[in-house]
Design a protein around this ligand. Structure first.
Ligand SMILES: [Zn+2]
Length: 239
């Protein structure tokens, strides 16, 4: 095989490998992102619940204050009872007492309701906090795994970069320029194999004459349709 063609195939394979590293790293990071997102959602729910519990507690305090006011009102009423002279006064006082007692029982019901609500919210809060702890444990484990994978990927990438730069040290400048010109539009498919007599860049069938040249591999052959550099893959590689 033409030595330049051999170099071009190697270079193209390195470049393709290099392009694959970034998506691999992104993929690793994405694994973590889902867990972090879930943890953030749980944290938001916990904050909302805290606010709700605070609100319930302040309502309970207001009801308690109201309750003690009503109780002192009842005491006043019972004191007034001793100084009653007319039937009308008595009825008015009885009505006042009735209303105060109703308000007391309403305030007590409200306090019971608020306590039950607060209890159920606190329970949900506890569950969520447990869930958050679990999630944070998972995040720690995944973070370690992801960091390790990224480190491995970076090691592989460094090896490829090293091999690529070694290859470039003895690379023909004209051939390199030629390759980079095609790479500008063909990206990672500047050098492509021919399979079933078709260019694997544009998938067009190539004529017999060009195909014969590709098989001989004595020259650098471009696809007559798209201009990519063609090579015949080894039988073993193709298999
Ligand atoms: Zn082509």
């Amino acid at each position: 095989m033409n030595k330049y063609l051999q170099d071009l195939i190697k270079l193209s394979k390195f470049d393709t490998a290099i392009s694959m590293f970034e998506p691999k790293i992104e993929n690793e990071k994405a694994k973590l992102a889902t867990f972090v997102e879930t943890a953030e959602e749980i944290k938001a729910s916990i904050n909302t619940l805290y606010l709700e519990v605070d609100d319930i507690k302040s309502k309970r305090t207001k009801n308690n204050i109201h309750l003690s006011e009503l109780k002192s009102k009842l005491e006043d009423i019972s004191k007034k009872n001793d100084n009653i002279h007319t039937e009308k006064e008595l009825k008015a006082l009885q009505l006042e007492e009735e209303i105060a007692k109703e308000q007391i029982s309403f305030a007590n019901e409200e306090i019971t309701r608020l306590d039950a609500l607060s209890e159920s919210k606190e329970e949900t809060l506890k569950d969520l906090q447990e869930k958050l702890t679990e999630e944070e444990e998972s995040i720690k484990d995944i973070q370690v795994a992801v960091d390790n994978s990224i480190e491995e990927i970076n090691k592989e990438r460094n090896v490829v970069y090293q091999e690529r730069s070694e290859l470039l040290e003895k690379f023909d400048n004209k051939i390199l320029t030629f390759y980079e010109k095609i790479k500008r539009w063909a990206k990672d498919s500047a050098v492509v194999p021919v399979k079933k007599q078709a260019c694997y860049g544009c998938y067009m069938k190539i004529n017999d004459k060009t195909y014969a040249e590709v098989i001989k591999s004595e020259e650098i052959v471009n696809c007559p349709h798209c201009g990519r550099i063609l090579y015949k893959e080894d039988e073993t590689e193709e298999a």
